[in-house]
Every structure is written in structure tokens, then in C-alpha cells.
Design a protein around this ligand. Structure first.
Ligand SMILES: NC(=O)c1ccc[n+]([C@@H]2O[C@H](COP(=O)([O-])OP(=O)(O)OC[C@H]3O[C@@H](n4cnc5c(N)ncnc54)[C@H](O)[C@@H]3O)[C@@H](O)[C@H]2O)c1
Length: 275
């Protein structure tokens, strides 16, 4: 199967003002694609190549309609939709408020659902297209202390698995990408009612061993080859093999990490009660 991006392909990447989305947009543009970057914030500069920008909040159906109209009017269609925009959160189940859940599910899950709903009719009409959803290893491993993020990303995996079969007869290919930690701005914008968990997640993200450029290179090659599940980190591929055959081992590892974190959380709670 080819791993080349067709020159002139029309690619939309959401949340691409920074981080992974920006790296994916840059990589597609370098490969000769025409790229539309969208984001709630405006990027300082655009990647080299045929790249445009549209302001876009993925929670807004009106914004999605405007982006769809841009693609139809400017390009006459779209070849690939990359649902990348996302935010992160940490926090214990009893600490997270429903408003915290609304915030992350509205962006990570419903933003992706809206993207698919908006563009599937156009891709169906074209008889071809590709949807790429950026989920996370968190949606496969479900680590403790990050329940709202895990649920949002597990739901994106479920959405993608459903669409893989549902949309295939329409000529639409689906890919879901599950990166491990990648040093981006995700940690800086992370929300958490538990300072200890917020700081720990931020540290893990900033110490991610695979960079955004490397992830983007893998994503572009994998989608060009029509792969469904993309695990970008070598240790994640290993952990997923262990989870499949020896799930208890993965549970034990996560429980051990959680026991260590619990000590810090109890100290945090004692300080809060004393204050
Ligand atoms: N960095 C990691 O460790 C990691 C790991 C796995 C998955 N991911 C996923 O990768 C994707 C990109 O994240 P990143 O790490 O590049 O973080 P990032 O913060 O650098 O980029 C996320 C982008 O999304 C944009 N955004 C946020 N809310 C938005 C909204 N409502 N509408 C439109 N755009 C919005 C932000 O402005 C930002 O530019 C996310 O879906 C994230 O969950 C990241």
C-alpha cells in the first residue's frame, strides 16, 4: 500500500495552531498537500506551503458550517479531516465537578463528533475521504487520576471503531491515533481540581520521549497507508501487547504508581484542611 500523500490533497487539521496539530499540518504541507489549519487561537506563523487558517471553536456547530463552506468554496471539497483539537484534565472522581466533565467532553468528544457529522455528507457525496481522529493512549490504558480525559479519549476510540465499519461502504476511511506523552502545550492548558495530579500530568507531558514532529511523520505515513489504529510510541505498543495477554501485570503497574501518588494527595488534602 502507498505511504505517499497525493500532491494537492486537501487536508483540514483542527487545533493546529500549536503542538501535534501544527506538526501534522506542517508535515502534510511539506508533502505537497493543501492544508487548512483551524484553531480557537490564532497561530503566530503558518507552516511553509499552501496553508490557510480559519478561526474555529470545535464546540460550535456554526463554526463547523463556516469551515465546511470554506472547504467547498475554496477547494471544491475535502480529502482528509484531522480531528485533533483537544484539552487535558486530571483529577479524582470525587473532585471533578460536572462542569469539568462538560468542558472536556464538549471539546474532545463532541468537537470530534461535530466534525464527523459536518463533513460526512460531503465525503459521502464525493464517494471518498479520510477521517483521522486524534485520541490518546489514555483512552486505551485508562490510568488512574485522569478519569475525565480517559473517558473522552476512550469515547473517541469507540467513535472511530464504529465509523471504520459504518463509513467504509461510502468510500470513507477512518484512522484513530493514540499517542503517548508528547511535549506540547497540552500540559500548560491542563485543568485539575487536584494540584498534585495536575502537576504530575504536566510533568509527564513535558517529559514525553517522542516529539510532535516524529508523531506527525508517523501519522502521515500511517494514514497514507490506510491504517486504522496508530500507536506512535514504542513503549505503548509494548504495553498494549502486555495488556492483551497479561492484563493483571498492567493493572499492578498502574496500582503501584497510584499508591505512590496517593501519599502526595493525602498530604495535599491535609494541607487544604489545615488552611
Ligand atoms: N501532548 C500529549 O502528550 C498528547 C498525548 C496524546 C494525545 N494528545 C492529543 O493530541 C491533540 C493535540 O494536543 P497537543 O498535545 O498538541 O496540545 P496543544 O495544547 O499544544 O494543542 C491543542 C490545540 O487545540 C486547540 N484547542 C483547544 N480547545 C479548542 C477548541 N474548543 N476549538 C478549537 N481548538 C481548540 C488549542 O488552542 C491548541 O492549539 C489533543 O487532542 C490531545 O488530547 C496529546
Amino acid at each position: 500500500m502507498s505511504t505517499q500523500v497525493a500532491a494537492g490533497s486537501r487536508v483540514l487539521v483542527t487545533g493546529a495552531a500549536s503542538g501535534l496539530g501544527n506538526a501534522i499540518a506542517t508535515r502534510f504541507a511539506a508533502a505537497g498537500a493543501r492544508v487548512l489549519i483551524t484553531d480557537i487561537t490564532t497561530p503566530d506563523t503558518l507552516p511553509a506551503g499552501e496553508v490557510a487558517f480559519q478561526q474555529h471553536d470545535v464546540r460550535s456547530a456554526e463554526d463547523w458550517q463556516r469551515v465546511l463552506a470554506w472547504c467547498v468554496n475554496t477547494w471544491g471539497g475535502l480529502d482528509m479531516l484531522v480531528n485533533n483539537a483537544g484539552v487535558a484534565a486530571a483529577g479524582r472522581i470525587e473532585r471533578l465537578r460536572l462542569s469539568d466533565w462538560d468542558w472536556i467532553l464538549d471539546i474532545n468528544l463532541k468537537g470530534t463528533v461535530l466534525g464527523c457529522q459536518t463533513f460526512v455528507p460531503l465525503l459521502r457525496e464525493q464517494g471518498r475521504g479520510h477521517i483521522v481522529n486524534i485520541a490518546s493512549m489514555a483512552g486505551l490504558l485508562n490510568p488512574p487520576g485522569m478519569v475525565s480525559y480517559n473517558v473522552s479519549k476512550a469515547a473517541v476510540v469507540a467513535l472511530s471503531e464504529t465509523l471504520k465499519i459504518e463509513l467504509a461502504p461510502l468510500g470513507i476511511t477512518t484512522t484513530v491515533v493514540c499517542p503517548g506523552f508528547v511535549p506540547t502545550n497540552l500540559g500548560a492548558n491542563l485543568r485539575s481540581p487536584d494540584e498534585v495530579l495536575g502537576k504530575a500530568a504536566n510533568r509527564l507531558i513535558s517529559h514525553g520521549k517522542v516529539g510532535a514532529d516524529e508523531v506527525a511523520t508517523q501519522v502521515v505515513a500511517a494514514v497514507a497507508a490506510g491504517k486504522f489504529l496508530v500507536l506512535t510510541h514504542p513503549e505503548a505498543r509494548k504495553v498494549m501487547r502486555i495488556k492483551r495477554f497479561l492484563p493483571k501485570l498492567v493493572d499492578n503497574g498502574q496500582a503501584k504508581m497510584w499508591r505512590k501518588t496517593l501519599g502526595k494527595l493525602q498530604a495535599q488534602d491535609r494541607t487544604a484542611e489545615a488552611g
